[in-house]
Design a protein around this ligand. Structure first.
Ligand code: HEM
Length: 476
């Protein structure tokens, strides 16, 4: 039964709750409920009691609340952290806060958001545009695995001072694993996430046949054994006075003083989960946003022409755009923010869970209730945006054409204590990769084709673009 003094709404059917239909986009469904129930309301998905928050200020308040920083008991989260409280994305309590603090500190030391990383991103950007030049110019082409590869390499460089060629078998295998996992997680696994007790009740052949749990475990173990190899190599070559990257720092922090080449089994799972989470959270998000950018440019040639004009005025053809040019390329940054607003890659964020009974906006919300932040609803709310459904970079420019990136109602990385940990890195990558691509190419739809920004409504976690083809034309 619904506890009294929760926000308006119902718990729906016994056991099932109010499961969202998979035939319409999740934001449409929540918008319909908001119209009946108001800006903060209650729903229930299977075993999860959820408070849905649709207004920017309420989201900001909820996600800054110290007792709303847990994560729900999703089966998918548990599977990837070996059913332990480990890593960055699904961990909670002191494990989460220590890992998050560690990661932020070391990413900052390694130059996240500053110029030190610029070189390695530019190196990847150059490889990427050269590869696209060789494989995609002048004919309809899918923006393939090479974008993922460039983005994954940036994370490898930071974590392990490593990079792989686009053709490298390990890189290709890793992209396949991520793609396969995402399809399962955004598909059938939703059932186990909303009814986690089913995982204990069902025999393993059903878990494997229906929910592909065996595939996920195999993929996880294969990825973790790649990471393990890298960790072992780092252990063998570690110089405590000269840490090279995040893995060295992790080892120095965790290794036993009397046995520096040894991690406890708990530490090993935590370290593997930190690495796995960094790839899982940082690769598909950034590469899908780049795919959205390419699609929006193909659909909006007049905006693309403005970007080209600005790039030509500011950056000589014989070098890549750099962070130093950024101040003069504010229109390009506004275009990228508009891509993030309209695509709303993570439309309902990641759920947070109340770790204690909470009083919020006059409501009494019991421990264990989850909070959902509808960032896409904010991104399409006419209260914040002049043309909510139109691609209009001027949303992020003031009257003098200066960038205004801190707009009310804009939450692509969410907000508060669990706000995206890789935001500065992602912003830097999006800028450097996009400017490199647009400096080299004009992007057009194939002749006679009308490109669409529709997404697959059954995928609720991320709004990824459906596969599309564009024609690249060399400019320089
Ligand atoms: C365009 C690219 C990206 C987008 C749109 C994005 C978006 C998000 C969002 C919405 C969250 C959930 C925040 C919350 O729970 O309140 C998140 C969490 C997270 N992101 Fe990103 N992200 C991007 C890129 C990255 C990158 C490059 C990394 C770094 C490697 C990264 C690492 C993380 C981590 C570790 C978390 C979990 C933070 C925590 O639970 O404390 N993300 N991201």
């Amino acid at each position: 039964r619904k506890p009294t003094r929760m926000p308006p709404g119902t718990f729906g059917w016994p056991i099932l709750g109010e499961l969202p239909p998979r035939s319409i986009p999740i934001t449409e469904h929540l918008k319909n409920l908001k119209q009946k129930r108001g800006p903060i309301f209650t729903t229930k998905w299977g075993s999860h009691r959820i408070v849905v928050v649709t207004d920017y200020h309420l989201i900001k308040k909820a996600f800054n609340h110290p007792d709303i920083q847990g994560r729900p008991a999703f089966f998918s989260f548990a599977l990837f952290s070996h059913f332990k409280n480990a890593g960055l994305v699904s961990s909670h309590g002191s494990v989460w806060s220590e890992n998050r603090r560690f990661m932020l500190r070391h990413l900052r030391d390694l130059g996240m958001g500053k110029t030190a990383l610029e070189g390695s991103i530019q190196q990847e950007a150059e490889m990427l545009v050269d590869h696209l030049d060789k494989t995609c110019v002048g004919k309809p082409a899918v923006m393939d695995h090479s974008i993922n590869c460039a983005v994954v390499n940036v994370i490898w460089q930071m974590l392990a001072s490593k990079r792989y060629d686009i053709e490298d078998k390990m890189m290709q295998r890793y992209s396949t694993l991520i793609e396969e996992d995402m399809n399962i997680i955004q598909g059938v696994l939703f059932i186990l996430d909303v009814f986690p007790w089913l995982a204990k009740a069902l025999p393993s052949f059903i878990m494997n046949k229906v929910f592909k749990v065996d595939v996920l475990c195999r993929n996880r173990d294969e990825a973790y054994s790649m990471f393990k190899q890298v960790i072992d190599d780092h252990m063998a070559t570690l110089d405590p006075n000269n840490p090279r990257d995040v893995i060295d720092q992790l080892l120095l922090e965790r290794a036993h003083r009397d046995a520096p080449d040894y991690l406890t089994p708990e530490d090993e799972i935590d370290v593997l989960s930190i690495i796995g989470d960094s790839f899982a959270a940082g690769s598909e998000t950034t590469s899908s946003t780049l795919r959205w950018m390419i699609l929006y440019m193909a659909i909006n040639p007049e905006i693309q022409a403005k970007v080209h004009k600005r790039l030509d005025e500011v950056v000589p053809n014989d070098r890549l755009p750099s962070l130093n040019d950024r101040n003069q390329l504010q229109y390009v940054d506004a275009m990228l923010l508009e891509v993030m607003r309209l695509s709303s890659l993570v439309p309902i964020g990641l759920l947070h869970t109340a770790t204690a009974d909470v009083t919020f906006e006059g409501f009494e919300i019991p421990k264990g209730t989850s909070f959902m932040a509808c960032s896409e609803m904010c991104h399409r709310n006419p209260a914040y945006w002049k043309h909510p459904d139109k691609f209009y970079p001027e949303h992020f420019l003031d009257d003098e054409g200066k960038l205004d990136g801190k707009k009310e109602g804009f939450l692509p990385f969410l907000i508060g204590r669990r706000q995206c940990l890789g935001e500065s890195l992602a912003r830097m990558e999006l800028y450097l990769f996009s400017t490199a691509i647009l400096q080299r190419f004009t992007i057009e739809p194939p002749e006679g084709v009308t490109l669409s920004t529709e997404t697959n409504p059954s995928q609720m976690i991320t709004n990824v673009p459906l596969p599309y083809k564009v024609v690249l034309k060399r400019r320089i």
